[in-house]
Design a protein. Structure first.
Length: 271
């Protein structure tokens, strides 16, 4: 079977199309990287044969070397992935020395992976050390989450508390809270390192004035995290300044106890 017909390409094609329809990924906004185990890659390719090499621009962590990633391309539009995956996606293998990505499939028009791929790899490395089942890093520009970040201080305790107090689902889906970064230049080593540092405690990180990074074991988990933050941010923004029935602290604590959750410290304190 051709790789273009694989479940991995189908999953990324479907989710990028969905994210575009949500209005989160205008133009060439957003990017996804999906780590695929070698046993599955070998079903489609002689893994020692490469089309070409692409410089990473940094040295990838040892945990990522010889690993395979399906990655959205730079300058590519999410809306186009479903109709032409081979031009808009690429399957790469991180080299033994961590400096190069070997291209096995995709980027048919001579393209390359997203400029955010180094930032993705830094977050993959951190999440894999915490959770060996992590496979997805997803970056997108959800409207209400960006609005909320513009209205609040860059403080993850405040940001998380506003979310938890707006929607009872929030603490259940992300009990570890949301990491928050100030506005930074995207596509740089600096923002990649800062995001990876936040990923040590959070599966989801808000980039102020820009968007959000989410991690997960699969496409649905990473998307579900982002989707829940965005829905809750929408509730917060639509009720801003008019809330009468805010979720009581004791209800949030009760939810955490019911689901045996370890909540981010300092956000809600049991009295």
């Amino acid at each position: 079977m051709n790789f273009i017909e694989s479940r991995f390409v189908k999953e990324v094609s479907d989710i990028t199309s969905n994210m575009y329809r949500q209005g989160w990924d205008e133009r060439n906004g957003g990017n996804i990287s999906y780590m695929i185990d070698e046993e599955y890659v070998r079903d489609y390719f002689p893994v020692e044969k490469y089309i070409r090499d692409i410089e990473l621009g940094f040295v990838a962590d040892e945990i990522l070397r010889n690993k395979y990633f399906l990655v959205t391309g730079t300058g590519k539009y999410f809306k186009n992935v479903i109709n032409d995956p081979e031009a808009n996606l690429g399957l790469v293998k991180i080299s033994e020395d961590g400096k190069v990505a070997h291209l096995l499939w995709g980027y048919r028009d001579g393209g390359r992976f997203t400029s955010e791929f180094p930032a993705h790899l830094m977050s993959h490395a951190v999440r894999l050390k915490i959770n060996p089942k992590n496979r997805i890093i997803m970056h997108t520009h959800p409207t209400y989450t960006i609005c909320m970040g513009a209205c609040l201080p860059t403080d993850e305790v405040i940001f998380t508390r506003k979310l938890w107090k707006s929607n009872t689902e929030a603490v259940v889906v992300f009990p570890e809270g949301v990491g928050v970064l100030p506005c930074m230049v995207c596509g740089t080593t600096e923002i990649g390192e800062a995001t990876a540092e936040k990923m040590k405690k959070h599966r989801i990180v808000s980039w102020t004035n820009h968007g959000i990074y989410g991690a997960g074991n699969d496409i649905d988990e990473a998307f579900g995290l982002i989707e829940t933050v965005e829905k809750t941010a929408q509730i917060y923004m639509l009720t801003l300044g008019r809330v009468v029935n805010e979720i009581p602290d004791e209800v949030i604590i009760g939810l955490a106890k019911l689901w045996n959750l370890k909540m981010m410290p300092g956000v809600i304190e049991e009295k």
